[in-house]
Every structure is written in C-alpha cells, then in structure tokens.
Design a protein around this ligand. Structure first.
Ligand SMILES: Nc1nc2c(ncn2[C@@H]2O[C@H](COP(=O)(O)OP(=O)(O)OP(=O)(O)O)[C@@H](O)[C@H]2O)c(=O)[nH]1
Ligand SMILES: [Mg+2]
Length: 139
C-alpha cells in the first residue's frame, strides 16, 4: 500500500487522476483537459497498473488528525507540498516531521512532491532550499 498524504488542496486527487489516465490504455498521448476534483472527505483508493499493480490510498487533508490510523501496511509514502501556498508550508512541515518520526512508517520509503511549481505564486526559493529547511527543522 502506498499512502498519498498532504494538506488540503495540495493536488493529491489530481495526481491520482493523472496517474490513472497515464496507466490506462488511452493515456499514451496527451493528458487532455484538467479533470475536475473535489476535496477528499475520507479516503480514496486507486489501483495504478504500471510495471506492477500499486494501490494508492489518498487521505484527504481534512483527515490529518487521523492519518496515523492508516499507517499500518504502508510500504511507501508520497507526501505532497503546495509550493504556491506559503501560509500552508509550516503546517506541511509539521505534518511531514510527524510522518518521518512515526514508528509504524520507519521502514517506508518516502517521496516528497513539490506541487504547483507551474503557479506564478510559487515560492521563489528552490526546492533544494525547501528540503534543507525541512531537514533542518527535523534536527
Ligand atoms: N496550478 C495548479 N493547480 C493544481 C495542481 N495540482 C492540483 N491543482 C489544483 O488544486 C486544486 C486542489 O486539487 P486536489 O487534487 O483536489 O487537492 P487534494 O490534495 O486532493 O485536496 P484534499 O482532497 O482536500 O486533501 C484543484 O483545483 C486542482 O486542479 C498543479 O500542479 N498546478
Ligand atoms: Mg483529494
């Protein structure tokens, strides 16, 4: 099981929809129009078939207080950050640090996704600086 986590509105559902499209037979060419998304209230399970089948469980950002009840059976973790929302960034750092220090996730591989880099509002600092800041906070 791969968990997909991140604060509200960072773009988790859109990523899952895009991955689904890419892994489907008709996803070989253009990704097409932007699919609509709604805030995930609860959890959203999706099977992606690439070289092998991967089950991704997105947990809505509003579920943050109970994310930990889904840590069991998690082998990998995708954590998404919205780079166009500086006011959310510190909350995202706190969430990420909680994930990185969770006993149940100690063996899980973690990928941090910096999303919305296309936005004009994105943070002007580079992703490497953000990573350093996050790691520094964790010391
Ligand atoms: N500009 C821009 N908008 C994006 C990007 N990714 C997602 N969005 C938009 O951000 C909004 C929220 O996206 P969702 O995928 O619903 O966010 P979420 O993380 O699933 O949110 P919750 O389910 O509430 O936790 C939607 O309007 C998306 O189209 C991106 O890379 N760039
Ligand atoms: Mg969602």
């Amino acid at each position: 099981m791969c968990l997909l986590l991140g604060a509200t509105g960072v773009g988790k559902t859109l990523l899952v929809k895009r991955l689904q499209k890419l892994s489907s037979r008709d996803g070989k060419g253009d990704l097409g129009d932007l699919p609509p998304t709604r805030p995930t209230v609860g959890t959203n399970l999706t099977d992606i078939v690439a070289q092998r089948r991967i089950t991704i469980r997105e947990l809505g950002g509003c579920m943050g207080p109970i994310w930990s009840s889904y840590y069991g059976n998690c082998h990998s973790l995708l954590f998404m950050v919205d780079t166009s929302n500086p006011t959310q960034l510190s909350a995202s750092c706190v969430q990420l640090l909680a994930l990185l220090s969770a006993e149940q996730l100690a063996e899980a591989s973690v990928l941090i996704l910096f999303n919305k880099m296309c936005s004009e509002k994105r943070l002007s600092v580079g992703v490497n600086v953000l990573c350093e800041e996050i790691l520094e906070l964790g010391r």
